[in-house]
Write a protein that binds this ligand. Structure first.
Ligand code: PHE
Length: 339
């Protein structure tokens, strides 16, 4: 029996040497120490031993069992350690690698300038409103005192959806909608997209942006119009900017004017930007026509007002030195990234 036990010990050593995974380790354990294992098998013969031999062989058998158990425990710990190391190596995160950053979008140049314009007018007590891009003939023309035969109604300029529905050609219908919904004192600007059937070139686009302004109160005069717009221009372009008003005609204002600013590039001397004139036209304006007030239910004997409409693209082009209006709508990232 002694020999058999020694043999078991030796053979277990041999077998365990080559173990590389937990499953085969468990198989070895069962083979040697399990209920039907080699060691148990030997111990079954203990009954035949003499009383003196029994404790000696018993002790030896226990030693062999402990030896095998310890070996298995050792190998098991090693396998576990190797497994953890393998995982660590496989799943390491290199914190020194450059991160993947999300590209952050930017504001469109038109939005940048519009935000500035809004801030300036909010600072002067104006509210921001908006109107629909699809308008009726009434709001875009009729209520603005634009008679049926006015050239602005020519199908050359207007995108009609049907006889009575169209894409607004100006933000001025917002004047009517505002006066229908608000009681004076009114002080609003209404920015938005407008549409005209122009063929696109460097300075024309069938879609562009306007900012409409409207002030209605008791005792509003042309001086308020001039003062408000002059302050706006100084905040927008700096204190040394000059403004001038030229007589003009719009059906919905009387009197009407166009406003120019001294060219911000050459300060009035004349250059490529202002085409040698020294002045640049930036908006149309005037005192709200009494007929228009009346149409909106405001008594022109009590109230008066002024309105203006400025073209946003022109201002943005000058601000950022953009020489082709089409760049604003092409969504070319090489252009947009510059702002
Ligand atoms: N709606 C006019 C245009 O598109 C501009 C304007 C607005 C003029 C308000 C006077 C008052 O040309």
């Amino acid at each position: 029996m002694r020999n058999k036990l020694e043999e078991i010990k030796e053979s277990s050593k041999q077998v365990l040497k080559d173990i590389r995974d937990k499953a085969s380790l468990e198989a070895v354990r069962v083979e040697y120490l399990g209920k039907k294992g080699k060691l148990t098998d030997v111990l079954r013969g203990m009954g035949q031993l003499s009383a003196e031999e029994r404790p000696i062989i018993g002790q030896l058998a226990n030693d062999v069992r402990s030896f095998i158990e310890e070996e298995i425990a050792k190998i098991s710990a090693e396998l576990e350690k190797a497994e953890i190391e393998r995982k660590l190596a496989e799943e390491t995160i290199d914190v020194t690698m450059p991160g993947k950053t999300n590209k952050i979008g930017g504001k469109h140049p038109i939005t940048i300038v519009l935000d500035e314009i809004k801030d300036i007018f909010i600072g002067m007590g104006f509210q921001i409103t908006e109107g629909p891009e699809i308008e009726t003939d009434y709001y875009n023309f009729e209520a603005l005192n634009i008679p049926k035969d006015h050239p602005a109604r020519d199908t050359q300029d207007t995108f009609y959806i049907d006889d009575n529905t169209l894409l607004r050609t100006q933000t001025s219908p917002c004047q009517i909608r505002t006066m229908e919904n608000m009681k004076p004192p009114i002080r609003i600007i209404a920015p938005g997209r407008v549409f005209r059937s122009d063929s696109p070139d460097a300075t024309h686009s069938p879609l562009f942006h306007q900012v409409e302004g409207l002030v209605v109160d008791k005792g509003v005069t042309m001086a308020d119009l001039k003062g408000t717009l002059e302050i706006f221009c100084k905040k927008m372009y700096g204190e040394d900017i000059q403004v001038r008003f030229r007589p003009h005609h719009f059906p919905f204002t009387e009197p009407s004017a166009e406003m120019d600013i001294s060219c911000p590039s050459c300060h009035g001397k004349g250059c490529r930007v202002c085409k040698g004139e020294g002045w640049i036209e930036i908006l149309g304006a005037g005192m709200v026509h009494p007929k228009v007030l009346k149409i909106c239910g405001i008594d022109p004997e009590v109230y008066s007002g002024f309105a203006f409409g400025l073209g946003l693209e022109r201002i943005v082009m000058r601000r950022f030195d953009v020489d082709d209006i089409r760049l604003f709508y092409e969504n070319d990232l090489r252009f947009l990234k510059q702002f």
